[in-house]
Design a protein around this ligand. Structure first.
Ligand code: NDP
Ligand code: GDR
Length: 373
C-alpha cells in the first residue's frame, strides 16, 4: 500500500490553513496542524474536518503549539516527521501590527526562524520541504507596476518588516543548508472564511446587514487604496504546487487585476441589486443608496450608508498592489478559477445567508450581539 504523505500546517485554524487542510486531505495526505490554546474554541474553520481522537488512521491531527516557543516547534516536528511544512501562522492584520509590533516581530519574523532551525536541528533538511507564507505587503511603497519576483521590497508596517525577515531567512536557509524552502509572495486573497476585520469581509458582512435592515452604516478607512484580490481556495492550490516542484523557488501569486476599496464596496452592493454613489472627498467622502432594484431589501434611495472613519487609516499605507503572476502561470501551471466578481458573489451570498439567521433570531425575540473591532 502506498504510504500517505504527511504535512504539518501552522496556522491551520486560519482562513488559508482551513482551505489548505481540505485540499491536502483530499489528496490523501495525513495533515497535522498546530493550534494555539485559547480560552474559547478557535477551530470553527476546521470543525468540519475534525475526527475523534480515538479513531485510528485519522487524516487530521491537531497539536497545541505556538510559534513563539521553539521547544514545542522542535517537539511537534520531531513527532510528526513531516514531508511538507506550510508555515501559515502569523499575526496577519497589518493595522493591528502597528499596535503590537514587538509581538509581530517575534511571531511572524523569529517564528519562521524557529521553524527552520527546528527542521535543521532535527536533521530533516533533506526530507522536509517548507512553504513560507510571504506577502505582497513586502512591496509596500510602490517601486514597480506590476510587482513581480524581482521587484525591490519596501515594507510599510511592522507586519511587513517582520515578514521581510521571514522571507530572507527562508532564502538564507535554502542557500546555506540546501533546504527545499520557498516563499509564496501571495497578494490579498479572501473568502467567506476571511477574518471579519479585513476590509473585504467587513464590507460583505456590513452590506448584507444593511440590505437586511440590521445595520445602518459601514465605517471604513482609506477608500482609495487598491488591492489585487483573489480567492483563498485558488491560492492554497498554488502553495501546494510550489512544494511539488523539482527545485525550491519563490513565486508571486496574484490575479493581475487591481481594484480600489471604494469599487469593492460598489460592486458588493451591486451584487444584491443595490446601486450606490460616492460624494465628497477625503475623510468627508460618503456613500449613498442611489437605486434599489431588489424588493427583498428595504433600503431607501438617498440613505447614507458608507462613512469614512479616520480611525481606520494606518500610519503608513500601501497604496497600490498589483501582481504579475507570469512565473506561476508558466512554471506551476497555476491560474485562478475565481475572478473578482466570482469572489464577491461567493462572499456576499455566504454573508447574506449568515445574516438572515441573525435576522430570524432577532425577529423571534433573541438578542444577537455584534462583535467589536
Ligand atoms: P489568518 O489570520 O486567518 O490566520 C492566521 C493563523 O495563524 C491562525 O490560525 C492563528 O491562530 C495562527 N497564529 C497566529 N499567531 C500564532 C502564534 N503565535 N503561534 C501559532 N499560531 C498562530 O491568516 P490567513 O489565513 O489569511 O493567512 C495565512 C498566512 O498567510 C499568514 O501568515 C498571513 O500573514 C499570510 N498572508 C495572507 C494573505 C491573505 O491575503 N490572506 C496574503 C499574503 C500572506 P488563531 O486562529 O488561534 O488566531
Ligand atoms: P491588507 O488587508 O492590509 O492588505 O493585508 P486589509 O483588508 O486589512 O486592508 C486592505 C486595504 O483596505 C484599507 N481599508 C481598510 N482595511 C481594514 N482592515 N478595515 C477598514 O475599515 C478599512 N478601510 C480601508 C486598508 O487601509 C488597506 O489599504 C492583508 C492581510 O491578509 C495580510 O496578512 C496580507 O499579507 C496582505 O493582505 C497581502
Amino acid at each position: 500500500m502506498k504510504k500517505s504523505k504527511v504535512a504539518l500546517i501552522t496556522g491551520i485554524t486560519g482562513q488559508d490553513g482551513s482551505y489548505l487542510a481540505e485540499l491536502l486531505i483530499d489528496k490523501g495526505y495525513v495533515v497535522h496542524g498546530v493550534r494555539r490554546r485559547s480560552s474559547m474554541f478557535n477551530t470553527d474553520r476546521i470543525d468540519h474536518l475534525y475526527e475523534d481522537k480515538h479513531i485510528a488512521d485519522r487524516s487530521l491531527i491537531l497539536h497545541y503549539g505556538d510559534l513563539s516557543d521553539s521547544t514545542n516547534m522542535i517537539r511537534i516536528i520531531q513527532e510528526v516527521q513531516p514531508d511538507e511544512i506550510y508555515n501559515l501562522a502569523a499575526m496577519s492584520h497589518v493595522h493591528v501590527s502597528f499596535l503590537t509590533p514587538e509581538y509581530v516581530a517575534d511571531t511572524d519574523g523569529i517564528g519562521t526562524l524557529r521553524l527552520l532551525e527546528a527542521v535543521r536541528i532535527l536533521g530533516l533538511t533533506k526530507k522536509t520541504k517548507i512553504y513560507q507564507a510571504s506577502t505582497s505587503e513586502l512591496y509596500g511603497l510602490v517601486q514597480e507596476i506590476p510587482q513581480r519576483e524581482t521587484t525591490p521590497f519596501y515594507p510599510r508596517s511592522p507586519y511587513a518588516c517582520a515578514k521581510l525577515y521571514a522571507y530572507w531567512i527562508t532564502v538564507n536557509y535554502r542557500e546555506a543548508y540546501n533546504m527545499f524552502a520557498c516563499n509564496g509572495i501571495l497578494f490579498n486573497h479572501e473568502s467567506p472564511r476571511r477574518g471579519e476585520t479585513f476590509v473585504t469581509r467587513k464590507i460583505t458582512k456590513a452590506v448584507a446587514r444593511i440590505a437586511l435592515g440590521l445595520q445602518p452604516k459601514l465605517y471604513l478607512g482609506n477608500l482609495s487604496s487598491k488591492r489585487d484580490w483573489g480567492h483563498a481556495k485558488d491560492y492554497v492550490r498554488a502553495m501546494y504546487l510550489m512544494l511539488q516542484q523539482d527545485e525550491p523557488q519563490d513565486f508571486v501569486i496574484s490575479t493581475g487585476v487591481t481594484t480600489s476599496v471604494r469599487d469593492f464596496v460598489t460592486k458588493t452592493f451591486f451584487e444584491l441589486g443595490i446601486e450606490i454613489e460616492f460624494r465628497g472627498e477625503g475623510v468627508n467622502e460618503k456613500g449613498y443608496i442611489s437605486k434599489c432594484n431588489n424588493n427583498e431589501y428595504s433600503v431607501a434611495e438617498g440613505t447614507e450608508v458608507v462613512v469614512v472613519d479616520p480611525e481606520y487609516f494606518r500610519p503608513t499605507e500601501v497604496d497600490l498592489l498589483i501582481g504579475d503572476p507570469a512565473k506561476a502561470n508558466k512554471l506551476l501551471k497555476w491560474t485562478p478559477e475565481y475572478d473578482l466578481d466570482g469572489l464577491i458573489k461567493d462572499m456576499i451570498s455566504s454573508d447574506v445567508e449568515l445574516m438572515k439567521k441573525d435576522r430570524y433570531l432577532m425577529q423571534n425575540g433573541f438578542k444577537v450581539l455584534q462583535k467589536h473591532e
